[in-house]
Ligand binder design. Sequence first.
Ligand code: HEM
Length: 496
Amino acid sequence: MLTFFIFTTFLLILATWILKHFYSRKKLYVIANKMHGPMAYPFIGNAGLFICRDEEILSKIYNVIEKFESPMRFWVGPELALITTKLNHIQRILSSPKFYHKHDLYRFVKSYLGNGLVSGSGPTYKKHRRIIQPLFNLKYCTNQIEIMQKYTDVCMKNLESYVDKGTFDIHLISHKCFVDIIGETILGTKMNIQKNGYTKFCKSAIDMYANGFTRLTRPWLHPDFIYKFTNNYKREKEIIKDIKDFLNTVIASSWQRRSLNNANISDVSPIIDQIGEYINQNPNSISNTDFISHMITLFAAAEDTMTIITSFVCLCLGMYPEYQNKAVEEVRQIFGTTPRTVTYEDIQKLEYLDMCIKDVERLCPIAPYILRQCLEDEEINESLKIPKGACVVVPIFNIHRNPELWKNPLHFYPDHFLPEAVSKRHVYGFVPFSAGPRGCIGKIFANVCLKTFLANFLQRFEVEADGKFPDVKLKMDISTRPIDGYKIRLKKRVWK
Ligand code: HEM
């Protein structure tokens, strides 16, 4: 009798909990039911789509979004994701402070990047963004050209050994160059990776992406009580330790440098010194833990993105010699035929190269899908009502391939960025740096650095690559990458 009573009570409590749970989510179900989307199964929703190899995830997501009318819904287990490719929706979402909260899935990178700007949210994030964003101003970025040129020179020397030596992956060489540049300009440290090879810190910073992404894409690794027994967790602990050890040393050197310099820090000093000095003058503004998180975030956000885009530009110029010739002609007009260092005046004149970089940023957006958490009900318009608790997906990858916006959507085609084409296009049709209050803070820095590297590259080398862009198979981890690397061949540039 007692057993029956306990059992019935248990069932009643369970039923009440389930009913309450569903009732509190009623709005989600009502809205989702009115939207287009693939058939959802009990418990898993549409998560079955992700049962595939990691390399296939990007194309699966792209295809499912192309298949349904926008805005559409997608269930990942109990999580509702609303996806829209409509540019007026994208503009409202990206520019609204209501959508500045990163989705809970970012917690898997948060374990490495802490409250850094990429993974942080909430009032502390807002306060820190207001401090850090202005540091990456035009004056600071242009003042770093000398350092960028110094490490680019080393890289160009290294690349000379690949001339007429057949196919190689340029990412392996360019990555070290960007690590050196970011090491000195942001971390205030001469890492000299190009000369001495990767350090433990660099290897861990590289592994951080793969390890974080592995957990993100394997739902059974999400619960902490399972994850803690895996090798991924063990590696995560090692990575975090290596990063912290190195950054603590680097922060200590920054303190020392500033005390020796009598805090003679200016707005062109390494970012670490500028933030350190800010903390010195405003105690309690940024904790030491958050300082470390900001430094690893800036390092990781800068070196990986710039290496990927540069390597893709080299690959595309190799695949499309007609556009390489145009870019080279511009370089010849600005620099002449004897290689020389780059200045900010040169960078401003490199208009065609700018179009080439932009079309690569279109084809290979670093963040193919951006996820935001909606913290309160929001009506974008009649066709898109976003309930509190839903996840909003901005599908940059699909927008950047929409044939209504792009004449040659699947090919590298720099003319997409001719002024008359740009003036006819919706501004939110091209958002490689995202936009609004959570947009990239390193846009100017990236632009200056990429052009410095590529202008040097084109002054010295002719690049070749097989195939055309639709042949490049792309995958997504934390960023967008080619499955088979960036395979190119180099010849010495001979000016006619
Ligand atoms: C071509 C190079 C780059 C591209 C395409 C790029 C792209 C992006 C994108 C799409 C986001 C938004 C990510 C999201 O909302 O999930 C972002 C955020 C960010 N980027 Fe970049 N980025 C580049 C270079 C850089 C550089 C050089 C730095 C640092 C110097 C940097 C620092 C950041 C930071 C700190 C954020 C987080 C901003 C926030 O949420 O407040 N990025 N970037």
